[in-house]
Design a protein around this ligand. Structure first.
Ligand code: FES
Length: 254
């Protein structure tokens, strides 16, 4: 008679661990009972709750980021079998085992799989990736946004700042300050909005300095890696045209 316990399907994960930003990394392997519809974030949660390695050794609780659990916040981005993707939408059944899990490599590791993506948020501030609506008085309804602009803008608004496009970009490295495709695409989004257009030149100027749009070498990996299917290369081309136009007009009238 078969032992029901050992008959249980297993999920094997190899996870890169790192105690802190300046500690060295090492790998640990874990074995979990398979469950239907299991995704990577569920597996990580199980390990965090019971941090025991495959060979039965007690280890430190696992650290990782997650929030929405439905591929909206971008916080659970990590390398899964070498590919940047969201742990909450990565189904175990679709992955080759042992499943290799590592933190994104273009951001500083905080601990284990949790990375510090502050660089992206600082870049969003640098390009003023927002529509200014603050005021001490009623600003009114604002201009209407045409259906054409809404249609173009909606896919761009799906960016979850996960950092997948930076992860695959060869121009994002320790020698460069390139802001990456997500940030450039947000400039396109806010510049096409009738109210956002008031600050279009400031955004373009922010992208014309070091680490700006001129650092893009057109590898086009970003558009493949984006989990939200954002037309990132189209955005880069459009913003590049706008930046050239702005530079030329500045030269003619300046
Ligand atoms: S937890 Fe928000 S995208 Fe995965």
């Amino acid at each position: 008679m078969s032992d029901k316990k050992s008959d249980k399907k297993k999920v094997i994960l190899r996870i890169k661990r790192q105690a802190g930003p300046s500690d060295s990394a090492h790998w640990e392997e874990f074995s979990l009972d398979w469950r239907p519809s299991m995704n990577v974030i569920i597996a990580l949660r199980d390990i965090a709750e019971n941090p025991v390695t495959r060979d039965g050794k007690k280890t430190t609780p696992l650290s990782y980021d997650s929030n929405c659990l439905e591929e909206i916040c971008g916080s659970c981005a990590m390398l899964i079998n070498g590919k940047a993707r969201m742990a909450c939408s990565a189904l175990i059944d679709d992955l080759e085992q042992p499943i290799r899990i590592e933190p994104l490599s273009k951001f500083p590791v905080v601990r284990d799989l949790a990375v510090d993506r502050q660089f992206m948020f600082e870049s969003l501030k640098r390009v003023k990736a927002w529509i200014p609506i603050d005021g001490t008085y009623d600003l009114g309804e604002g201009p209407r946004v045409s259906p054409e602009i809404q249609e173009k803008g909606y896919p761009l608004s799906n960016c979850i700042t996960c950092g997948s496009c930076l992860e695959v970009c060869p121009q994002v490295n320790e020698h460069s300050k390139f802001v990456g495709a997500a940030i450039i695409s947000q400039v396109r989004l806010f510049n096409m909005h009738p109210t956002g257009a008031m600050h279009a030149n400031e955004r373009l100027e922010a992208l014309m300095g070091p680490g700006g749009i001129a650092d893009c070498a057109n590898a086009q990996n970003c558009v493949e890696a984006c989990p939200k299917g954002i037309p990132l290369t189209e955005s880069i081309a459009q913003v590049n045209r706008e930046a050239w136009k702005h530079a030329l007009l500045g030269w003619l009238w300046g």
